[in-house]
Design a protein around this ligand. Structure first.
Ligand code: BGC
Length: 454
């Protein structure tokens, strides 16, 4: 009897691992013929990233991936979620393939398979080839075809990867990249955000089609969901909560599963909401094999006419613990999210593709490594919430902690540590934190250890 069979609460074959993304950990962004990405460009623009940090070295995973695979094996992972750098493989974003870039991912996948770790790959985790950015990026309708072509190259080159996610968090790409400007490409334009969102959806569906053409692959989408709770029972707060939910949670899922945009959006964006060809929605609702959910926090929402586009604002919950990102720690929100997805969109296989927290870790490792009790509690409570969702009949098939390593946290640079493994960026030494050891114990006991901890 395997460990998984001894515990009916986490299903047999449940995937246990951690997630990362290319620009956040790889380093060497221009090595071996790679082209620059928009994140390379953004991070090298003075003033855009905290501390002037960039991904030139990051966790040096490009050179240390074998060590990192061994680390994961030591933590008993049976899966690893990572992303591909599009411009490493296609330096101009389309056309010419850079075989050396592709080789890096071939070697990574081979090492994972040899270690008994299932590769779970994401095609786009925010680093767009700069050459495509120069042609309009996500604002150019042609990007759906470019993305499908890129997907085809990868899927054929990496037959060992059976599970593919198209996009990571399209909402963050549009909100951060095109509306609020804090992420690449750094635009602030109400008119651009819905266009970028629509083309992300079209590109996703085109890549699903490309993946479908290859045998034996499973393909899905990864979104970040944040349940919205009304701050009061007033009609104004309830309507604001519905708008916030439509914008962040339903903007991408309603088109994919229901073939239409949430009706709140056109009212919210007003004249900035374009009329999209109805046929686009027939493509966008191409069936997917799974949905990945990234969960970090919830939002308690009140009406706020100044907050565009939703006219809804978050009410900070003073009594709650908050992370270094000032995100409220709220594990019941993960249970609510998983059950909500099933009730609204049906019984699709789900993965928790990211879940984790940045906390101020001690700067030096003690005799037992790095003590990070807040992160241990965070993981424990969210793993319990995941298990509860399964007990209630939600088809959750895996859980990936964010993140394997402390890494480049986008516009925050290296100032926020999300890793379950500490990285000393001066020496690149990796030290598992207490949370990594706790997570490994959860995996080895198939969740039984969750019952024994306070
Ligand atoms: C992203 C990660 C990011 C994490 C923490 C998610 O939005 O997918 O790339 O590091 O959250 O902010």
């Amino acid at each position: 009897m395997t460990a998984h069979e001894s515990n009916p609460e986490f299903p047999k074959g449940f995937l246990w691992g951690a997630a990362t993304s290319a620009y956040q950990i790889e380093g060497s962004p221009l090595a071996d013929g790679a082209g620059p990405s928009n994140w390379h460009r953004f991070a090298h623009t003075p003033g855009l990233v905290s501390g002037g940090d960039n991904g030139d070295v990051a966790c040096d995973h490009y050179n240390r991936f074998l060590e990192d695979v061994a680390l994961m094996r030591g933590l008993s992972f049976n899966a690893y979620r990572f992303s591909i750098s599009w411009s490493r493989v296609l330096p101009e974003g389309r056309g010419r393939v850079n075989e050396k870039g592709l080789d890096f991912y071939r070697r990574l996948v081979d090492a994972l398979l040899a270690a008994g770790i299932e590769p779970f790959a994401t095609l786009f985790h925010w680093d767009l080839p700069a050459a495509l950015e120069d042609q309009g990026g996500w604002l150019n309708r042609d990007i759906a075809g470019w993305f499908a072509d890129y997907a085809r190259v990868l899927i054929r080159a990496l037959p060992g990867v059976r599970t593919w996610a198209t996009l990571n968090e399209p909402w963050v790409v549009t909100d951060g990249g095109y509306l609020n400007g804090g992420l690449a490409p750094g635009h602030r334009n109400l008119f651009e955000a819905p266009i970028a969102a629509h083309n992300l959806l079209r590109a996703h569906a085109a890549a699903v089609g490309a993946c479908r053409a290859e045998d034996g692959r499973r393909v899905g989408l990864v979104v970040n969901l944040e349940p919205k709770y009304a701050a009061s029972g007033s009609a104004a707060d309830l309507a604001a909560t519905a708008r916030a939910d439509a914008y962040m949670n339903r903007q991408f899922l309603d088109p994919v599963f229901l073939g239409r945009a949430p009706e709140e959006l056109s009212g919210m964006f007003g004249e900035a909401w374009p009329r999209f060809p109805p046929a686009d929605y027939d493509l966008i609702r191409t069936p997917i094999d799974f949905l990945g959910i990234n969960y970090y926090t919830r939002a308690v929402v009140k009406d706020d006419p100044q907050a565009l586009p939703t006219r809804a604002a978050r009410v900070r919950q003073g009594g709650s613990l908050h992370t270094e990102m000032d995100w409220e720690v709220y594990a019941p929100g993960l249970l609510d999210t998983l059950t909500w997805v099933k009730s609204r969109y049906g019984d699709i296989p789900l993965y928790v593709t990211e879940n984790g927290a940045a906390f101020p870790d001690p700067p030096e490792a003690g005799p037992d490594g790095i003590a990070d009790p807040l992160r241990v509690a965070y993981l424990r409570d969210h793993l319990r919430a995941t298990r509860e969702a399964i007990a209630r009949g939600v088809d959750v098939r895996g859980y990936f902690a964010w993140s394997l390593l402390d890494n480049f946290e986008w516009s925050h640079g290296f100032s926020k540590r999300f890793g379950i493994v500490h990285v000393d960026f001066a020496t690149q030494r990796r030290t598992p934190k207490a949370s990594a050891r706790f997570f490994a114990d959860v995996i080895r006991s198939a969740g039984a250890v969750l019952d024994g901890t306070a």
